[in-house]
Design a protein around this ligand. Structure first.
Ligand code: MTE
Length: 308
């Protein structure tokens, strides 16, 4: 898979309020045909330069995104995943989709990308800890995947699970630890079907590195980063609310919804502001991380203080 993209070619007029998240460039579709013709390697590395866009959306550098990570299967230390993930093998990976669906499937990543061409989406990303970044993801809308397997009247929640393999994820084999594995996350079906919800396979036009959740991870830009589960092996549809690792571990601190909300503080710190990676000064956190127009309707009748 070859993703051709030069970030210098994005005019700031292209990154307008709406198109920030809808840069529907069928890069991978184009790339797939190039691969078929030329047998080119997956995601040929390209060089990129920082893009300054309007609305203060400045891409976080590739280096920052790939060296400051939360990935507890490797370590709780943010610098460690990049180092410890070097031998991780995201190849020959399959994703199973089952539960309350019309057609259960197990696909490898190439099969998935043939079914649904990948697009680029530039999203803000806000961690519950108070840091943030802006990432040019490459991925496919989760809604397209769910439409492919077909929903039923019982498809009310979606559960995602990370690979359990202590040989590859050293912290999964430890008898003591902070969270229980495999890591699990969940979304309500309308959240999962929202056009913003992405299954990412790359960033900056390159295949995801293991520390960022290779080969496939969730990205839900209006929710705190812990909802964006990495290295997913299964997606299961349920009739009732699904499990969520952080919510189960500390329900008073991490809600199931986890919508970015500057007016609802974490019990131990304020959520009003955030520090963009690589910058010294903090900035205000936006309600729904700035995606209110796209998502606020889903929470019209929800008390966001109670269901945080
Ligand atoms: N997924 C798994 N499987 N394990 C994790 O520890 N950490 C979460 C989320 N997904 C995590 C995970 C948290 S807390 C955050 S903030 C983001 O991944 C970080 O993503 P990044 O390292 O790509 O920035």
């Amino acid at each position: 898979m070859l993703i051709r993209k030069n970030y210098n070619q994005i005019g700031s007029s292209e990154i307008t309020e709406e198109s920030i998240y809808y840069q529907r460039r069928d890069l991978m579709k184009l790339a797939a045909s190039a691969v078929a013709l030329a047998g080119a390697p997956l995601f040929a590395a390209l060089s990129f330069e920082r893009e300054k866009a309007n609305r203060g959306l400045e891409l976080t550098s590739y280096d920052q995104i790939t060296t400051y990570n939360n990935f507890y299967e490797f370590s709780t230390d943010k610098e460690a995943p990049a180092r410890l993930a070097k031998n991780f093998k995201p190849k020959a990976w399959t994703l199973s989709i089952g539960g309350e669906v019309q057609k259960k499937v197990t696909l490898d990543i190439d099969q998935l990308l043939k079914l649904i061409p990948a697009q680029e989406r530039i999203y803000r990303f806000r961690c519950v800890e108070g840091w943030s970044m802006v990432v040019p993801w490459v991925g496919i809308p989760l809604a397209s995947v769910l439409k492919h397997v077909g929903l039923t009247s019982k498809s009310k929640f979606v559960e995602f699970q990370t690979l359990f393999d202590p040989k590859q994820f050293p912290a999964q084999g430890q008898t003591f630890g902070t969270i229980s594995f495999p890591y699990r996350e969940g979304l309500r079906i309308d959240e999962a079907m929202n056009p913003l919800t992405l299954l990412a396979v790359g960033l900056y036009g390159k295949e995801l590195l293991p520390q960022n959740g290779a080969p496939i991870r969730l990205v839900v830009p209006w929710k705190y980063g812990f909802k964006s589960i990495k290295s997913i092996v299964s997606i299961t549809l349920h009739e009732s609310q699904t499990r969520s690792t952080w919510n189960e571990m500390a329900p008073k601190e991490y809600g199931f919804f986890a919508n970015v909300n500057p007016s609802v503080d974490h019990p131990r710190w304020s959520q009003a502001r955030e520090r963009p990676l690589g910058r010294f000064f903090k900035q205000d956190t936006l309600m729904f991380n700035g995606y209110g127009k796209e998502v606020a309707h889903m929470y019209k009748n929800v008390d966001l203080r109670k269901f945080f």
